[in-house]
Design a protein around this ligand. Sequence first.
Ligand SMILES: Nc1ncnc2c1ncn2[C@@H]1O[C@H](COP(=O)(O)OP(=O)(O)O)[C@@H](O)[C@H]1O
Ligand SMILES: [Mg+2]
Length: 299
Amino acid sequence: MHELNQLAKLKKINIPKNWSTTLIVELLALNVSKAELQTLRERTSKTRTESTAVTTIRITNLVKQFGNINAVDGVTLEIREGELFSLLGPNGAGKTTILNILTGILKPTKGTVIIGGYNVSSNLEEIKTKIGVCPQQAAVFNFLSARENIEFFGNLHAIPRKELKERMEHLLEILDLVEVSTRKAKGYSGGMLRKLNLIIALISDPEIAFLDEPTVGMDPRARRATWDFIETLKKRHKTIILTTHYIEEAEALSDRVGILDYGKLIELGTPQELLERYGANNLEEVFLNITGRRIVEGI
Ligand SMILES: Nc1ncnc2c1ncn2[C@@H]1O[C@H](COP(=O)(O)OP(=O)(O)O)[C@@H](O)[C@H]1O
Ligand SMILES: [Mg+2]
């Protein structure tokens, strides 16, 4: 943080005191040279890898077929405790299918998934106490307000009343939903629904959060608030697995990314490693180098 501020000073950029690291990095990214950005990234990825060690999710030879479509085609992957892991890939690559299998919504055709020592196929109940899921499609009651929705889902987790209330106020506040929180969800914008879904996913304060396209449909300000929030989860040593097609965000904030294409994991590593491996300037270029196509096409 100190180094970021120094760099900002050097560049004569005024940074308000209450800005988060994410915001500053984003702003600097627009104003610094490639070499400076590289140094920044190296520094961030160094501090990140030092803090990760224990494997919490182990996916082995995972296959999911829908008829003759191989939605997931032999994925093997380990995700570590406290890691912010992003699955990147074009529309239809299999990201949602993988998350749905990890969270017990879909059964795999083949392969195993172990989460926190438990097998998803046989010990889903134990796993459910550890995880929070934010699905791709908004899953809230339209006829209830944000507060009522949060209370409803919070009660499913049997969270003590006072704790539920405190968490709800905190989450509504940081995701900037307080003002609309008593209005029925029916009239919410796509971005507001995403935020509400995120709060519901995290109301039990789970160890592991699965977030499927958490920032889709949000305006830049809401996206930033969401990423800042995801960063605070990371600081609290939560494991976060997310999918996104906002590649720059994944690149700046993920510890590691897995690139998926046609159900196969075609690359895996820290953003920095992947950029170096392909001599690329960003992850979009990495994907382009491997496949000859762009990730964002068709999303
Ligand atoms: N329930 C389903 N029935 C049939 N095909 C499906 C179903 N769900 C996903 N698919 C197919 O599986 C592939 C992967 O989809 P999905 O996991 O949603 O991709 P992504 O989230 O990366 O966009 C796509 O070809 C999609 O059409
Ligand atoms: Mg999807």
